[in-house]
Design a protein around this ligand. Structure first.
Ligand SMILES: [Zn+2]
Length: 422
């Protein structure tokens, strides 16, 4: 049967099921399929990583990307000439992740008028990224700056630096030389649409005066806050001003085993203050930090999605968590470098309503792992480590539940995110 007797939409539907490698094999067969494989519908939301390994890409390469309507790009090069080539080859991109080292390279952002998502990372020089850096700051909705220090002169006027990004809904500021309380109390007032904010707390940041009172209620819309290395006393007051948070992520630098008891005490006091009063919290993520028993009774009952990445979690603490959040639907528990061991056997009884579960399979017996089939509502299990043995047990668990339960090995990290919270 001639290929064109099937309607184009049918071919597109068939091709959409193929892996990238298979799509490319089909593309190589004839002009007819080349045209279909390069259709933008098949590459929707696709991200391409450009390393410029041979210095430059051909004209046909850029043409193909434009035909496929590729709009998300990660650049693995800090060379100005590579960014120049990207600006010429693919000016319509909306999402760009790049490592950068000079103010001149940053200047090439001006050539991407459609940019809505921007992540700039890992600069050994201080750089100023403000609204004048991009072509249309009001189009920007997601801005991520990780390990790029702002020049010390500009830090005092950062509220003006950010004020033209009026439509930002997500802001990540990691190790920018700006303190977290300063960002919370000053910059947020300039960003009324902001929903998600991720900060490292910047210990030892000097010369940034934090106002005693909060200038307005502009931040009350913030629903998601991520604090990394957040043992910072000044945050206690500012956190009280965010009662509508639905998601809170707390990533500590140390676990209970690494720090003196006084620091632990301060950290658990902070945690209690932060958690108290968050009546709308539905997602809580805690990595390292003080002993679970020191804050467990402050975890809001409204939490339905909980991640605990805490070494040394014991049976008593696990049971306290279960009684504090009886309606938990999603649990991610990881006690690495210690082992979950026999605590896995307690999960079905402690958390009977779970719909999804993420655990490390190492040192969990096959019997305990297969015990997850007892949870009637459980639909999804993700194993955070993979080995031939765990793949076998995963397959067995799926079979025993007649494939009601979907078991996967650990997912890959989102390429658009930085490494800070992992
Ligand atoms: Zn980061």
């Amino acid at each position: 049967m001639p290929l064109h007797q099937l309607p184009g939409e049918v071919w597109l539907h068939v091709l959409s099921y193929l892996s990238v490698a298979d799509k490319h094999s089909v593309r190589a067969t004839c002009k007819y399929f080349k045209q279909f494989v390069d259709c933008g519908l098949l590459w929707k939301d696709w991200t391409i990583i450009l390393g410029f390994p041979k210095g430059s890409y051909s004209r046909q390469f850029w043409e193909t990307l434009r035909r496929r309507k590729i709009n998300h790009v990660v650049v693995r090069s800090t060379k100005e000439k590579d960014l120049k080539q990207l600006a010429r080859g693919l000016p319509s991109i909306t999402s760009l992740v790049m490592d950068i080292n000079s103010q001149e390279s940053l200047g090439y952002l001006k050539y991407f008028p459609q940019l809505t998502h921007l992540a700039v990372r890992y600069s050994s020089n201080s750089l100023l990224l403000d609204a004048s850096t991009v072509c249309e700051p009001e189009k920007m909705t997601h801005l991520s700056i990780c390990r790029v220090e702002f020049p010390s002169k500009s830090r005092q006027r950062l509220d003006f630096v950010f004020q033209d990004f009026v439509n930002l809904t997500s802001l990540v500021c990691h190790d920018t030389g700006i303190s977290a309380p300063y960002i919370l109390t000053v910059i947020l007032c300039r960003l009324p649409r902001l929903k998600h904010l991720s900060l490292t707390c910047g210990s030892g940041v000097k010369g940034q005066r934090v106002p005693a009172s909060f200038p307005g209620e502009a931040t009350l819309g913030l629903s998601s806050l991520e604090l990394i290395h957040c043992d910072h006393l000044l945050l206690r007051e500012t956190m009280k001003l965010l009662p509508n948070l639905q998601t809170l992520v707390l990533v500590y630098m140390y676990s209970v085993y690494d720090v003196p008891s006084q620091l632990q005490l301060t950290a658990s006091e902070d945690m209690k203050t932060w958690l108290s009063g968050l009546h709308h919290l539905s997602t809580l993520v805690i990595k390292l930090g003080p002993r679970v028993h020191s804050y467990v009774r402050f975890i809001p009952v409204s939490v339905s999605r909980l991640t605990l990445r805490v070494p040394g979690l014991n049976s008593g603490e696990f049971a306290s968590v279960a009684s504090q959040v009886p309606n938990l639907l999603h649990l991610h528990v990881d006690t690495w470098p210690t082992h979950l061991g026999t605590l896995a056997a307690e999960i079905p009884q402690l958390f009977p309503k779970l719909q999804s579960l993420k655990v490390r399979g190492e040192h969990v017996s096959e019997e305990d792992f297969l015990g997850f089939q007892k949870m009637a509502d459980l639909r999804y299990v993700e194993m955070l480590d993979s080995s031939p043995q765990s793949s076998k047990v995963a397959a067995k668990l799926q079979m025993l539940t007649n494939y009601r339960l979907h078991v996967t090995m650990s997912h890959q990290r989102d390429i658009l995110e930085c490494h800070c919270s992992y």
